[in-house]
Unconditional design. Structure first.
Length: 117
């Protein structure tokens, strides 16, 4: 892509950060911009895996000594916002399972698709 076209596409204000790094050289600024995109893309996969691992670790810690649905344990005091979030997620998943069953497919997912085993 032509560096001037890139500048217009991403906005002159955003591209200015890259231009200032290379004293106004559009060719180098555009290379830096695309390198930044590549770097960001390379990091999203590991970040997504880390997020799943953290969620699973939190779930495992919270369910110790409780049932798998630890969020329904009376001793677990969730804020209203979190309670609504859990309830909405459970309702959404139940509706999806019902929809899948109605279409004649199995509603069971492999354990690896749902988090920790």
């Amino acid at each position: 892509m032509d560096p001037r076209t890139l500048e217009k596409a991403v906005s002159p204000a955003r591209f200015a950060t890259y231009l200032s790094t290379y004293e106004g050289r559009h060719d180098l600024a555009s290379r830096l911009y695309f390198w930044n995109i590549e770097l960001t893309g390379a990091l999203w996969g590991p970040i997504a895996v880390l997020e799943v691992c953290l969620r699973n670790a939190l779930h495992d810690a919270m369910r110790k000594g409780r049932r798998d649905d630890w969020w329904n344990d009376r001793d677990v005091r969730l804020l209203q916002r979190e309670r609504r979030g859990f309830d909405a997620a459970v309702s959404t998943l139940a509706a999806r399972a019902l929809s899948i069953r109605r279409r004649g497919r199995s509603s069971r997912l492999p354990a690896s698709a749902c988090g920790s085993g």
